[in-house]
Design a protein around this ligand. Structure first.
Ligand SMILES: [Zn+2]
Length: 277
């Protein structure tokens, strides 16, 4: 059975990633899963080579080892194109020429995320140069999250027909994530609860590809002392910065777990094991 560590290569890894890795590896030990590494480097605009190089240095410093070979999304265009062709043949997608601002201005539902009305569904527009959307029916999706319990989501009301490729030809996170989980034969998806809301639309993609649906685990996130989620955008200190400042790996694990005293990796796994499930 397999799971994966799939960081997006759009910044340096930080304490939120370390916390995620501790959850991921302690659960994997408990469930006897191998952890594969996937470099989510499909975002050409935000990718930097130094982020990718630093990822390997940081993981090595922390003593965290994933099973190879690493999958690189940037080298996978042909595979994604084939996946898209499969959906086109099944008539599950269509092209849309609406801009983001047009969709926002027509959005009647007061939502935190973009909701598409299906305006271009029957227009038969060409795929090239337009956004490609996946057709979503009004149907509730039920699944069991193995940390949070039973969940019900209806993507028809959450987001409507969602984008799988933008007009410039960049595939979206939802699409590449599912395509890669299928080809890497991932059986267990372990990730932060900030992505919980997009699980049902990913399940729709698994069904469209006639692929087995993995087990889902969405764990809590690490917050800073002001209650902000730790991520690149709010400038949490990177692991590479900490290493440069002479902080040991045991001190980094302690910071990620909000503990006073340094803690070794194996003791950190045991510590997580008591709290997660
Ligand atoms: Zn449209």
């Amino acid at each position: 059975m397999l799971t994966r560590f799939a960081p997006s290569i759009t910044g340096f890894i930080h304490l939120g990633h370390v916390y995620h890795l501790l959850v991921l590896f302690s659960l994997s030990k408990k469930l006897d899963l191998s952890v594969l590494l996937r470099a989510e480097d499909h975002d050409k605009q935000r990718f930097k080579q130094e982020y990718l190089e630093s990822l390997f240095v940081d993981l090595k410093f922390l003593g965290i080892q994933c099973k190879g070979p690493t999958v690189y999304q940037s080298c996978s265009k042909k595979y994604y194109d084939d996946c898209l062709d499969f959906l086109i043949r099944k008539n599950l997608v269509y092209a849309c020429k609406c801009s983001r601002s047009e969709i926002l201005s027509n959005q009647h539902l007061n939502k935190s995320e973009l909701h598409y009305s299906g305006k271009c569904k029957n227009k038969n527009l060409p795929f090239e140069g337009n956004t490609i959307r996946f057709k979503v029916e009004d149907k509730k999706i039920y699944f069991k999250d193995l940390i949070l319990g039973h969940q019900t989501q209806n993507p028809f009301f959450q987001c409507g027909d969602f984008s799988i490729r933008d007009k410039l030809g960049n595939y979206t996170y939802q699409f590449v994530c599912v395509c890669d989980d299928i080809r890497q034969k991932i059986t267990h998806v372990i990730r932060g609860e900030d992505i919980l809301e997009s699980t049902a639309r990913q399940i729709l993609l698994y069904r469209a590809f006639e692929a087995p649906i993995p087990n889902f685990f969405h764990h809590s996130l690490l917050y800073d002392k002001n209650g902000n989620k730790l991520c690149k955008t709010n400038k949490s200190e990177s692991i590479s910065e900490m290493i440069k400042n002479g902080i040991s790996s045991d001190e980094i694990f302690a910071k990620a777990l909000n503990l006073e005293n340094p803690i070794s990796l194996s003791r950190a796994y045991d510590y997580m094991d008591k709290g997660i499930m």
